[in-house]
Ligand binder design. Structure first.
Ligand code: AMP
Ligand code: ZN
Length: 115
């Protein structure tokens, strides 16, 4: 996808602070963080949204969650949120499947906002 910013990050055409890169996934720092620690786990395969996934993507989705877990371990996050925004009404701005990894709140003042 030529116009997709996350595809450009994956192809290194655009810069990002990459934490993890595997055959299928990349984890990089969110440029406008919504939490003290905010990274995005993306599939290298361009899928626009959770709305577009099918049973054929089951392994990919498992891999995406496992990659996010690995990133959280690397970042020493003892607790964190994994969030998919789905569609415009769900707050999705970038149409390339991504899992938000949010954390870094103080241990004595954890983030208890439930959405
Ligand atoms: P969403 O609203 O779920 O689509 O999330 C998109 C996320 O991508 C937002 O948190 C943005 O801050 C982040 N973002 C957009 N462009 C970039 C970029 N070039 N590098 C890193 N993060 C980005
Ligand atoms: Zn893309």
């Amino acid at each position: 996808m030529d116009s997709c910013i996350f595809c450009k990050i994956i192809s290194k055409e655009s810069q990002a602070e990459i934490l993890i890169e595997t055959d299928g996934f990349v984890v990089f720092k969110d440029i406008y963080p919504s939490a003290p620690v905010h990274y995005l786990a993306v599939s290298k395969k361009h899928i626009s949204s959770v709305k577009e996934i099918s049973t054929a993507d089951e392994a990919l989705l498992g891999g995406l969650i496992l990659t996010a877990k690995l990133a959280a371990e690397k970042l020493s996050l003892s607790g964190y949120k994994l969030v998919f925004n789905v569609g415009k009404e769900g707050g999705q701005m970038v149409d390339h499947l991504h899992l938000h990894i949010l954390g870094g709140w103080a241990k004595n003042k954890p983030n208890t906002v439930n959405v």
